[in-house]
Ligand binder design. Structure first.
Ligand code: T1G
Length: 694
């Protein structure tokens, strides 16, 4: 059965088992069967007094093979393998390097002792996939580390450094060296008695009702929509009882979660974040970027600079005046201080990062940098002027990027003699925190320049998504469309607060009106004014209410008033809002009607999905998963729903077409069925099929 992902080596009176299943030694069926076969081979040989288990490559087992989920189970299952390891007569010690995660840590906890190199990390991140540890982790972790630590590990999904894991009791010893050597030394120490062994199942868990109750309450408050966190708490609570009964409860909970749409959404998100790196330019040779220039020290420019400095990239920040420059440097310093406070970096690293910042009021100071990111306010003429100047200043081979959120990269590139070196790098605010980076590819952008954009994204720990050129690229184009649906809902009778609450119930961290107030209503106002001249006559105008707010100077949090009123940390009703809404309805001759929360969500999501389909049709996004990742990483889309188009597959193209045709009776211009969606409704295909290139 096994295709030798697992090998056995006999050294004197010990045996070594090596797992070699690149890239991350996921415990797929070949690894599981290989482990069982290896134990049998060692038993048959009868020479080993102890066994060392280690992995080849960059990491210990990083979990069960997630690609097997949702497929018919293949024996032996991982729970069974962990039980076999634990029951084995000859003691087994696991030698951990890299990351022992999920089923990987469970495999190690099934062994009779664990040693780790000091750089190793361990964790049980299954909850991030809408699951819970399903191979004994909820029963063995509490026995080794106690209930509070086990709850922390299982509900945070965090990767715990070896030293802390040692303190927790998960790791018995820290040993540095090559994994095989560490495994060999540890196995010999088991034989000599220098390293104690025990079966985790024989240990007992000290009850801790208070921790269980407090965690259950926290989970109910923090993750009201999610199933698996609650299941995690229930399983850990069972660890104070009979071991086998606890395993059975864990298994039942695991199978329930595995079948849930939430887990499917989260697993789609996991693989999606990796799939978006698969671009046509993947094989092109990226250029080295060892220095960055950033033009504009405003919110975006200082956020981008901060992110680059945190990634170890020297930055030259350019502003027009010394005062603006000082403000930019102060913002960057504040961002870095904040990162130190949040424990994201040490004070020493902050100081080193700040030392890599050069501030200048001269564009000429960017003559030698490898890549420039222009992040000035959203005005085409200003951007064109800057790119025209950069063309004469920057060295040959330098890459010129714009952080524009909407504007035409081709038009900007045409200001230079080197349009092949120009692309869009669209960061999201706050840029030193948000993980999304839209890499906008112009009609002349060279493949190696695109590849460099993605390499920079990886270096800055961002998730790059390839986008074509259109107004607003992938995210903002779709946002612009579904926000119209939200504005029509309010004009037709729903209240902004109800719309927000309905979408927060769906899973968004914040509804569109609160997001508008947070980002600043003036941004939307300027966009509506910018597009006014080109707005089709047949398009219904939804911006009347928002215009009134901005024209009153009420632009949201930054002015203390927008759709809501903000006093300190309090969000209060805006007493003037209802009057404005009624006046605009009357002006438009609208008799308001009531909307249920479900209908609000349906209309909002159908609008989002339909424009997302057009973005695919127009080739602005490569695949549906690219749209999903943009919304998961940049627009607060509920991760457990997997993104707008993964979610769309839970509705089906036929039903979506029916909805749009129904709504079109009210507004045939806004509600149009995209051709691709119609085709999918006819041939029964799904967005998952499109992701597979079908
Ligand atoms: N299964 C299958 N493929 C995996 C995988 C896994 N567990 N982990 C990574 N890959 C693939 C990934 O898709 C990518 O593929 C390549 O490996 C490199 O990954 C019973 C049920 C280990 C920290 O949740 O967090 O065990 O894109 O790009 O940035 O209780 O991968 O190259 O084709 O992410 O260096 C629990 C998931 C599973 C850990 C490395 N384990 N992995 O990060 O590389 S559930 C996890 C990670 C479980 C049991 C349960 C990270 C990493 P491709 P990468 P990286």
């Amino acid at each position: 059965m096994s295709d030798k992902k697992v090998s056995v080596e006999f050294v004197d009176d010990v045996a070594l088992i090596c797992i070699d299943n690149p890239p991350v030694n996921a415990s797929g069926v070949a690894v599981r069967q290989g482990l069982v076969d290896a134990l049998e081979e060692i038993r048959a040989a009868g020479t080993a007094k102890a066994i060392g288990l280690y992995c080849a490559g960059r990491t210990f087992v990083a979990g069960a093979d997630i690609t097997e989920f949702g497929k018919p189970p293949m024996a032996p299952g991982l729970p069974e393998v962990c039980d076999i390891l634990e029951a084995n007569e000859t003691p087994i010690v696991a030698a951990i390097h890299g990351t022992a995660l999920g089923g990987g840590l469970e495999t190690a906890m099934g062994c009779h002792a664990r040693v780790a190199v000091s750089s190793a990390k361990v964790g049980l991140p299954e909850v991030l996939l809408g699951l819970l540890p399903g191979a004994g982790g909820t029963q063995r972790a509490p026995r080794l580390a106690g209930i509070p630590n086990a709850l922390d590990l299982i509900l945070s999904g965090r990767h715990v450094p070896a030293a802390e894991a040692h303190k927790m009791g998960l790791i018995d010893r820290i040993d540095d060296g090559e994994p095989r050597d560490v495994a060999l030394a540890a196995a010999r120490d088991v034989v000599s008695g220098a390293l104690a062994t025990r079966r985790t199942c024989d240990l007992t868990t000290t009850p801790d009702e208070a921790a269980i109750e407090a965690t259950a309450a926290m989970v109910a408050k923090k993750h009201p929509q999610l199933m698996s966190p609650q299941k995690c708490v229930e399983a850990v609570a069972a660890s104070t009882g009979d071991f086998k009964e606890g395993l059975a409860l864990e298994r039942a909970a695991f199978m329930t979660c595995l079948a849930s749409p939430q887990s499917k959404g989260l697993i789609h998100a996991f693989f999606g974040e990796r799939a978006v790196a698969n671009i046509p330019e993947k094989k092109a040779q990226a250029r080295d970027v060892a220095s960055l220039g950033v033009i504009g020290g405003g919110t975006m420019g200082s956020g981008i600079s901060t992110s680059a400095l945190m990634a170890g990239l020297p930055v030259t920040l350019v502003e027009v005046t010394q005062e603006a420059l000082n403000k930019g440097v102060a913002t960057i310093t504040g961002n870095l201080d904040g990162a130190v406070k949040r424990g994201k970096m040490s004070a020493e690293k902050r100081d080193a990062a700040l030392a890599m910042l050069t501030a200048s009021t001269a564009l000429e100071s960017l003559g030698d940098v490898d890549l420039v990111i222009e992040a000035v306010f959203e005005n085409m003429d200003v951007k064109k002027e800057i790119f025209g100047k950069l063309d004469g200043i920057c060295k040959e081979g330098a890459i010129l990027a714009s952080n524009t959120s909407y504007l035409d990269i081709n038009e900007i590139a045409a200001q230079t003699s080197r349009p092949s070196d120009v692309l869009g790098l669209h960061f999201f605010s706050p840029a030193h925190i948000m993980k999304l980076l839209e890499v906008v590819v112009g009609e002349n952008t060279a493949p190696e320049v695109v590849a460099t954009g993605f390499a920079l994204a990886k270096k800055m720990r961002k998730v790059g998504v390839r986008a074509g050129v259109c107004d607003g690229f992938i995210g903002n184009r779709i946002l612009g469309h579904y926000l119209k649906a939200a504005s029509y809902l309010v004009l037709d009778g729903a209240h902004p607060d109800q719309v927000d609450k309905a979408l927060e119930g769906f899973g968004f961290a914040m509804g569109p009106h609160r997001v508008g107030d947070l980002a600043g209503l003036d941004i939307g106002y300027m966009t509506r004014k910018r597009l006014a001249a080109t707005r089709p006559a047949e398009e219904r105008y939804g911006g009347a209410i928002a215009d009134r707010l901005s024209e009153n100077g009420w632009n949201g949090r930054k002015t203390g008033k927008g759709y809501f009123v903000y006093e300190g940390r309090e969000t209060l009703e805006n007493p003037d809002l209802n009057g404005i809404i009624e006046e605009e309805r009357t002006k438009a001759g609208i008799t308001p009607r009531s909307f249920g929360d479900d209908e609000i969500v349906e209309r909002y999501m159908t609008a989002m999905i339909s424009e997302a389909v057009r973005v695919i049709e127009d080739g602005i996004a490569l695949r549906p998963v690219d749209v999903d990742v943009v919304f998961l990483m940049g627009y607060g889309f509920p991760r457990f729903r997997g993104g707008p188009l993964h979610y769309a597959d839970t509705i089906g193209a036929a039903e979506l077409v029916k909805r749009i045709e129904t709504y079109a009776a009210e507004d045939a211009y806004y509600w149009q069925v995209p051709a691709l969606l119609k085709k999918m409704a006819d041939d029964g295909s799904t967005f998952a099929d499109l992701n597979k290139g079908k």
